[in-house]
Design a binder for this molecule. Sequence first.
Ligand code: ZN
Length: 276
Amino acid sequence: MRTALLVTACLLAASATASAAPTREELDTRAGELRKQLEGKGFTVVVEGSFVIVGDESPRKVQSRVNFVDWVVKLIEKDYFDKQPEKILVIWLFRNINTYKAGAKKFFDDEPTTPYGYYSSDDNALIMNIGPGAGTLSHELVHPYIEANFPDAPSWFNEGLASLYEQPREREGHMWGTTNWRLPGLTSMIRDKSIPPLKELLTTTREGFYDASFDAYAYARFLCQYLQDHGKLREFYKAFVVDKDHTGVKSLEKILGQRLEEFQPVFNKWALSLRR
Ligand SMILES: [Zn+2]
């Protein structure tokens, strides 16, 4: 009896989670609409997990992107996210900067400010130039998951975690972000002593982050990498997501066992020791 009750409770929990994410039928319907809209224009449309993926590369290449999405999503869901995005998201993969810009204009009336890609929550779409590589795709995939699971996340963590996975590997069944092209952005700030204190990064507003006079992406990314490399990132996330302090200062100091002022030189030294 007790076992039966437990099974029922688990089934209820599972169906509650599943009902929030789009159903396969809804995804197929959306994919059908897109196939019709894009017929004869050189696009491939595929449903993968809770996403619809649209690409203007060869069907074979689009399929390899689909496999990449599947791999990323499985790993980040396992480590961080209980909930899938609750709406149908379409991932638009354009093969180069020209088709990306033209597609963003044509389908979304957007003029992208970034050459790589972006997540538009309003349009339920991830729109990207996949030409330079899949790093943008793994970055952008993190955003709708943060939105669904940690809506109060500050920009530094949203972008820090997304940027951590721009050069992803799998290590012992977990996603692992390796040191990437953003490193010089961080080390040059440390070397010329223009790096603001960690507390300033953590307490920055959304506008403050995106318009920062320092390389906020690099700083946030490597803070996440420090936690990852020291086996503390998932533990930090789990504490942070339920913490009322949405800057992360308290959770971070607790996980580190140090005040931020004490940790700063440790972090700077570690960052200067990294090699790409
Ligand atoms: Zn981002």
